[in-house]
Design a binder for this molecule. Structure first.
Ligand code: NFE
Ligand code: MG
Length: 566
């Protein structure tokens, strides 16, 4: 028996430790632990609910703005505040921009090195690689000249001995399977994606004043004045600039990212049969369909891998367990708590020195274990696409059918490591397509004189009830996000978040059920236990964000920098 310990897992946000028991070359059992504590939920009570989003948004700088959105929605739900359609559109635009930037960065900069070997790209013929890329898409960067320049750049890096962003990639590992020219194509796009993400995120700075953490949210609307002809507002010139960025986003996502994701999938088809979670998927729903009534990603639940019919999502069925987490509950830790009654009471019982091994029979994570009707749920791109598909959402279904046909895989096989990658690329296309349409709707409203961005009818606490409870949901890049707030006498009395990575990276629960990462890792083949790239492939396919998951910072600043095999 070999025990693999990967700590910290890198190319993610935050601090994640994975332990896996390997026998006969396959993972038999796995444990995933959040290894840092923060306590964001504890700093909100006592504050003005109109300020909650400013604090909550700091949970993360990767999915940056999503917590602001869930927070204002929770407070608006509690106080029954409607917001004007323009504010709704501005929020969708900011969330959509976030998706495009975040997913592109994930595919290239956080995940591609699990599949592509930059050292192998040195052996490619730049002309042949450019020809292959040009056959796949019309992207103007697919030229011999560009690919040659990238190869020269890679050669210089390798010759310098300082690999920069490629340091510690598993070069030469037997599980890498791409030809030199595909490696070179991906490396060229890796560098272009760095520049692209820097450009598209400027749209956040335009709408939000800065990035990360845009500053223009308000309970009741948005603080983005609209006036086509004013320099002090979102005007015709700024809308023209947004249109340019969105056109670039559509081109990059369709011509580069989507093609690369599908090209990668064709070389690693066996990964459509690996990395399946328990087959329970949760989607809160989000993003209006620009063509039809309803949402691009409708809400719904799928259970047990049955992809044929969804059940309605009922947030009342959510409970968080801490049986195997370093927290305590007033009633003891065998029963769960609904987030509206949630408690954040840290009680660390783990190792005092740097962890040698996780106490996997007991409490072993700073993540709570959220469960839906008692079940662990996968959230994220795959959940959204499968739920949308089951409900016949026209855009998502058409995109998914196109991808499945091109790849020659079944819908069922999307429940896998590679399925997550394909679903993420596919939903990015859907969002990038929608961005200019949402912007056109906003512009049309403005053109006919509707400049409303805020409902200030209930802005003053004197108009609020003495007690109010609400919840706000958003489909964030990594999955369903919920914030729950209770307001008493004008102040926050209670605040809880259940975050996408809390679902996916969850530890075991009161009934011993593993979380989605833990289940997905079982059955993973391990070619070389000293370099367990296969573990990273599946864990990275979820795009972990541990900062969000634990919404928690180690006060002792402990540093864990090992990738270790015991
Ligand atoms: Ni910090 Fe996040 C997203 C949220 S966590 S990245 O997307 O909410 O999973
Ligand atoms: Mg929480």
């Amino acid at each position: 028996m070999t025990k693999i310990v990967v700590d910290p897992v890198t190319r993610i946000e935050g601090h994640l430790r994975v332990e896996a028991r390997v026998e006969d070359g396959f993972v038999q059992e796995a444990w995933c632990a959040g290894t840092q504590f923060r306590g964001m939920e504890l700093i909100l009570p006592g504050r003005d609910p109109r300020d909650a989003w400013l604090f909550a948004q700091r949970i993360c700088g990767v999915c940056t703005t999503v917590h602001a959105l869930a927070s204002v929605r929770a407070v608006e739900d509690a106080l029954q505040i409607e917001i004007p359609p323009n504010a709704q559109l501005l929020r969708e635009l900011m969330a959509g921009i976030q998706f495009v930037q975040d997913h592109v960065v994930h595919f290239y900069h956080l995940h591609a090195l699990d599949w592509a070997d930059p050292a192998a790209a040195l052996e490619a013929d730049a002309g042949e690689a450019a020809q292959l890329a040009a056959d796949l898409s019309d992207w103007p960067g697919n030229t011999t000249q560009q690919f040659q320049a990238v190869q020269d750049q890679l050669k210089a890096l390798v010759a310098s001995g300082q690999l920069s962003t490629f340091t510690n990639a598993y070069f030469g590992h037997p599980s890498y399977r791409l030809s030199p020219k595909v490696n070179l194509m991906l490396m060229s796009h890796y560098l272009e994606a760095l520049r692209f993400q820097r450009e598209i995120v400027k749209a956040h700075a335009l709408l939000g004043g800065k990035n990360p953490h845009p500053q223009t949210y308000l309970v009741g609307g948005m603080a983005i004045p609209l006036d086509l002809s004013s320099d002090a507002a979102l005007n015709a010139g700024k809308i023209a600039q947004l249109k340019t960025w969105f056109a670039q986003a559509k081109d990059f996502v369709r011509q580069v990212y989507y093609n690369d994701a599908l090209a990668l999938a064709t070389f690693y088809k066996d990964w459509f049969n690996l990395g399946r979670s328990a087959g329970n998927y949760l989607c809160y729903g989000g993003f209006p369909d620009p063509d039809h009534a309803g949402e691009l990603f409708p809400s719904g639940i799928l259970l047990g891998g049955d992809l044929t019919g969804t059940q309605p999502t009922d947030q009342e069925k959510i409970n968080e367990y801490v049986t195997r987490s370093w927290f305590s509950y007033d009633q003891g830790d065998l029963s769960g708590r609904h987030p509206s009654q949630g408690q954040t009471a840290p009680e660390y019982t783990g190792p005092q020195a740097q962890y040698e091994e996780l106490p996997t029979d007991g409490k072993y994570s700073w993540n709570k274990a959220p469960r839906y009707d008692g079940l662990p749920m996968e959230v994220g791109p795959l959940a959204r696409v499968l739920v949308a598909y089951a409900q016949g959402q026209p855009r998502v279904k058409a995109l998914a059918d196109g991808a499945l046909q091109r790849l020659g895989v079944s819908l069922d096989e999307l429940q896998s490591t590679m399925g997550r990658i394909v679903a993420r690329a596919l939903e990015t296309v859907a969002i990038a397509d929608a961005l200019p349409q949402w912007l056109a709707q906003l512009e049309a409203n403005m053109s006919r004189g509707d400049l409303s961005i805020h409902n200030n009818g209930k802005w003053s606490p004197t108009s609020w009830p003495a007690q109010a409870q609400g919840q706000g949901f958003h489909e964030a890049p990594r999955g369903g996000l919920g914030h729950w707030v209770r307001i008493e006498n004008g102040k926050i009395a209670h605040y809880q978040c259940v975050v996408p990575t809390t679902w996916n990276a969850s530890p075991r629960d009161h009934a011993g059920r593993p979380g989605p990462y833990e289940t997905a890792l079982v059955g993973t083949p391990i070619a070389d236990p000293e370099r367990p790239v296969e573990v990273l492939r599946t864990v990275h396919s979820f795009d972990p964000c541990m900062a969000c998951a634990a919404h928690l910072v180690d006060a002792r600043g402990r540093e864990l920098t090992r990738v270790r095999v015991v």
